[in-house]
Structures are given as structure tokens and as C-alpha cells.
Design a protein around this ligand. Structure first.
Ligand SMILES: *[C@@H]1O[C@H](CO)[C@@H](O)[C@H](O)[C@H]1NC(C)=O
Ligand SMILES: *[C@@H]1O[C@H](CO)[C@@H](O)[C@H](O)[C@H]1NC(C)=O
Length: 340
């Protein structure tokens, strides 16, 4: 971000009420149900661009080089961290075979702010912090996530840096319950309050749903029973772990939205900034050409493992990440599209 964060914060206070952005990849079975208004309501708009009024609301995008600082909350096996780090390192890696993670990020780079600055092409893996002992407990409210960020940036030993392109990614292990996790959200992004953290910092939370609701948050590596009953099988995860491979797509979703709507006053659709529909919300559950409804779209298959993926990353890794809304052509798009 080019502007100083405090100035941004006051600007934001003036412009936006308390906004919450949330995501779950799988629409509720009946979109008209009671629990379903607002957050978590089905937000599938594929193929109907007339219906989508994505608008720019004059706020900044993440135009300066982005550094993602993971905060590992709870118990994290090394192999799981490696998968997520490899994904983050792939976001702006060169020399990866097509379709690549960095080509996926190219769609996010199409979003600009009022100074015509695009979202940055550079996304780095920054410094990391671990809280294996869960110093804030195993049940976290939404606001507690900000305290986890605070603990990381104010730690007496090796605090995470507070740098101008920094974004803070709180990743919780399967034993951690987070407010609204599974019922309404798989992840969310927002920005921290100076009163809690001391700074206004863009951050996101993504939970490992393996022990709670993989059929919701690790879709399509786990699928709801009513779809299984229809004869469908879950996809096989490219890095061998449904929970982690599912998290990768949610991380991708949250980073895309964080970059294009970091202070909840830039790119979103809908009248209510408290429940914005952002660039990844518009493409939930779509991973390839033809995707929509219960169909993921055309995926690629790893010849050896049989796993499904749609993008290549560093070190020969493969990932399955949902598509995001392309503002130029006005539909969901990704680098594995068959018409590319
Ligand atoms: C969902 O909606 C359909 C038709 O709108 C209805 O037939 C069905 O019973 C509903 N299912 C549930 C679980 O409410
Ligand atoms: C910046 O965004 C504009 C508008 O979407 C787009 O035409 C242009 O190609 C983008 N530039 C880069 C480098 O992605």
C-alpha cells in the first residue's frame, strides 16, 4: 500500500461501516433457507454477467509489493507447512510450467485503484510465526484473530515485521474452533484495528477443516453426502491431504480479495459493504471451463497419482485453486481455461 496506514485507517472509518468478508466454497443446498441470508448465501453467478455489478468504491488495492506473513496457530506438521509455503512462493514465481499459479494471479492483477495502479505482481513469502500452544485458546472469536496477529507483531522474540506491503495470514490447525467456521465461513479477510493491534494491517484467517467440515471447506476433495448419493466421487488432493489442499484454495480466495479490496472499500459487488460480494465470491466452486453448480469444470489429472489440479507451482507442486472474476471480460477466469 502506498498510503500510510494511519491515514488509510481514518479514511476508512469515514467511508465504511464494519465490513466482514467471508467465504464458504459450497453453496447451501437450498439458497432460500433461513440461515442463509447475507454471509454464506449462495453466491454463484457464473455465466450471467448481467447480474454482476462489480464496482470500484475508490479505496486502495494492494499495489505495492506484497509480503505474506503466515502465523501458524495450533499444531502444524512440517509437511503441511511446506505445501502452503510452496503455494505462497508460487504466486509470483517465474519459470513454472503453464498453467501456473502466477498466471492465476494475473487475473487479480487486473484490478486497479483510482491512481491506475494495478494489484502488485510481486507476492513474497515473508517471515513466519508459530503459536503451537494456542496462547489464545482453542476457540477463537473473529476479533480474537486480530489478537493473534497482535501477539505475532508485538512478540518479544522475533516479532513479525510491520512493513508496508505486509499481509498477515492466520492459519489454524484442525483442533481450533473459530466463530462461524463451517456454518458460515471457511476463511475471511479484513484489516486490524489500531486499538487492538496498534496498526491497520490487512489480514486473513483460513482454518483447516479436516476434522470439522471438509465437505464444506475442503470441497471438492470432500463432498456433501447428498452429492455422493448422486454418484459423484470426491477429487483426489494433489498434495495428498484434503484439509491442506482445501485450505490452499481458500487461501488463494482470501488473498485475491485482500489484494483487490484490502480495506473493504475498493472492489466488490452488492449494495451492502457489510456483506460484500468480492472477486473470488463470484466464482465459488469453479475451477475450470464449464464449472458451475455441482460441476468443478474441466480439471487436469496428475498421471501418476490420479489427483486433480488446475495450476502448477514451484518445485513440481500442483494445486487446485478456484477461479476469480476477470473484470476485463466479465466472467470467471483462470489459466487452465480451455479457450486460452
Ligand atoms: C430444497 O428445496 C427444494 C425445492 O425448492 C425442496 O423440494 C427440498 O425439499 C428442499 N430441501 C431441503 C433440505 O430443505
Ligand atoms: C492493469 O489493469 C488494467 C485494467 O484491468 C489492465 O488493462 C492491465 O493489463 C493491467 N496491467 C497489468 C500489468 O496487469
Amino acid at each position: 500500500m502506498a498510503m500510510n496506514r494511519l491515514a488509510l485507517f481514518y479514511l476508512l472509518l469515514a467511508l465504511a461501516p464494519l465490513a466482514v468478508t467471508a467465504w464458504r466454497p459450497w453453496p447451501p443446498r437450498n439458497a432460500s433457507g433461513g440461515e442463509l441470508a447475507g454471509i454464506g448465501a449462495s453466491k454463484k453467478y457464473e455465466g450471467s454477467s448481467d447480474f454482476v455489478k462489480l464496482q470500484y468504491h475508490m479505496g486502495p488495492v494492494l499495489a505495492a509489493d506484497i509480503t505474506v506473513h503466515p502465523i501458524w496457530y495450533g499444531k502444524w506438521p512440517v509437511s503441511h507447512k511446506r505445501t502452503i509455503r510452496a503455494f505462497l512462493r508460487s504466486l509470483s514465481a517465474a519459470g513454472v510450467p503453464s498453467p501456473s499459479v502466477s498466471a492465476w494471479w494475473r487475473t487479480v492483477r487486473l484490478y486497479t485503484d483510482q491512481t491506475s495502479s494495478n494489484v502488485s505482481a510481486t507476492v513474497r513469502l515473508g517471515e513466519e510465526k508459530s503459536d503451537a500452544r494456542m496462547s489464545r485458546g482453542a476457540r477463537l472469536s473473529r476479533l480474537d484473530i486480530q489478537s493473534v496477529v497482535r501477539d505475532a507483531v508485538t512478540a518479544t522474540t522475533r516479532p513479525l515485521p510491520v512493513d508496508s506491503g505486509g499481509v498477515y495470514l492466520v492459519l489454524t490447525s484442525p483442533e481450533v474452533a473459530v466463530e462461524n467456521f463451517c456454518g458460515q465461513v471457511c476463511g475471511f479477510h479484513y484489516f486490524t484495528f489500531p486499538s487492538v493491534v496498534g496498526y491497520t494491517l490487512p489480514y486473513a484467517w483460513v482454518g483447516n477443516s479436516a476434522a470439522r467440515c471438509p465437505e464444506i471447506c475442503a470441497y471438492p476433495f470432500a463432498i456433501p453426502s447428498y452429492i455422493v448419493a448422486g454418484g459423484r466421487r470426491p477429487e483426489s488432493p494433489p498434495n495428498g491431504d484434503s484439509g491442506i489442499d482445501g485450505m490452499v484454495s481458500v487461501i488463494a480466495h482470501e488473498l485475491a480479495e485482500l489484494a483487490s479490496n484490502p480495506l473493504a472499500n475498493a472492489w466488490y459487488a452488492g449494495e451492502d459493504p457489510s456483506f460484500p460480494t468480492e472477486i473470488a465470491d463470484l466464482c465459488e466452486g469453479i475451477y475450470g471451463t464449464g464449472g458451475g453448480g455441482a460441476y468443478t469444470g474441466q480439471l487436469l489429472t496428475d498421471g501418476r497419482s490420479g489427483a486433480s489440479y488446475n495450476v502448477n507451482g514451484v518445485g513440481g507442486r500442483r494445486f487446485l485453486v478456484q477461479w476469480v472474476w476477470d473484470p476485463v471480460v466479465s466472467y470467471c477466469s483462470g489459466p487452465n481455461a480451455l479457450d486460452h
